[in-house]
Write a protein that binds this ligand. Structure first.
Ligand code: ADP
Ligand code: 5GP
Length: 205
């Protein structure tokens, strides 16, 4: 058996808070060969969130120590808290041929694109600002003040849509999930990435 598997692909999923990234993302994780990257954050855990599963919840000091050590693929301050993607875990999984999904804000997305230009960049848009507001309020995990902050930030984030390759309007959830899955499938069938491993498989027979 040769070590002929191709590297996995990195998918960056961004979009305004409340647009449905987390919901879509959790559906995608049911696909085989797809892993979630657990981010580190200084934000307090929400009801039901588990340390090490949803996020690694750390103090600002611990977070900054990780920045110093160069442990992050990207990191950014979002809504007064720090968030970062641990680098080693992502690289190990890609090497093993796993696809990795990152649910990160646009500042982080742009850092990933600069560091790894082969990353597949997907932007999730809400059907309208009114629906975005309903979703944030309906989720009920933030105070009204924080919801207003997230809504006013949404427009700034959407202005960076041009930096992304794909966009999905999350109106009907099932449709949006199917569209993201079709992007993942199509990306997995691109020839330049896979040509070597496809041929070596035939050679090994
Ligand atoms: P994000 O991760 O982008 O902040 P969430 O995935 O938490 O957003 O979604 C915000 C809220 O909107 C949640 O309560 C979720 O159940 C709901 N939601 C997500 N997608 C849809 C959709 N297509 N239709 C209706 N509600 C949705
Ligand atoms: P929340 O606090 O609602 O879980 O996330 C708030 C925002 O932070 C979302 O836009 C989410 O995509 C982003 N985020 C989560 N983890 C990371 C990360 O590791 N890096 C960056 N840059 N953003 C993140």
């Amino acid at each position: 058996m040769g070590n002929s598997h191709a590297k996995g692909k990195l998918f960056v999923i961004s979009g305004p808070s409340g647009t449905g990234k987390g919901t879509i993302y959790h559906e995608l994780l049911k696909e085989k060969n797809t892993d979630f990257s657990v981010s580190m954050t200084t934000r307090a855990p929400r009801e039901g969130e588990v340390d090490g599963k949803d996020y690694y919840f750390v103090t600002r000091e611990e977070f900054l120590a990780n920045v110093e050590r160069g442990n992050f693929l990207e990191h950014a301050e979002v809504f007064d808290n720090m968030y970062g993607t641990p680098k080693d875990a992502v690289e190990r999984r890609l090497e093993r041929g796993r696809n990795v999904l990152l649910d990160i804000d646009v500042q982080g997305g742009l850092q990933v694109k600069a560091a790894m230009p082969e990353a597949v960049m997907i932007f999730i848009l809400p059907p309208s600002m009114a629906v975005l507001r309903e979703r944030l309020e309906g989720r009920g995990t933030e105070t009204q003040e924080i919801i207003e902050k997230r809504l006013s930030q949404a427009i700034n984030e959407m202005k960076l849509l041009a930096e992304y390759e794909y966009y999905i309007v999350n109106d009907d959830l099932e449709t949006a999930i199917a569209e993201v899955k079709s992007i993942v499938t199509a990306e997995g069938r691109k020839v330049p990435d896979k040509i070597k491993s496809i041929i070596s498989k035939y050679e090994e027979e």
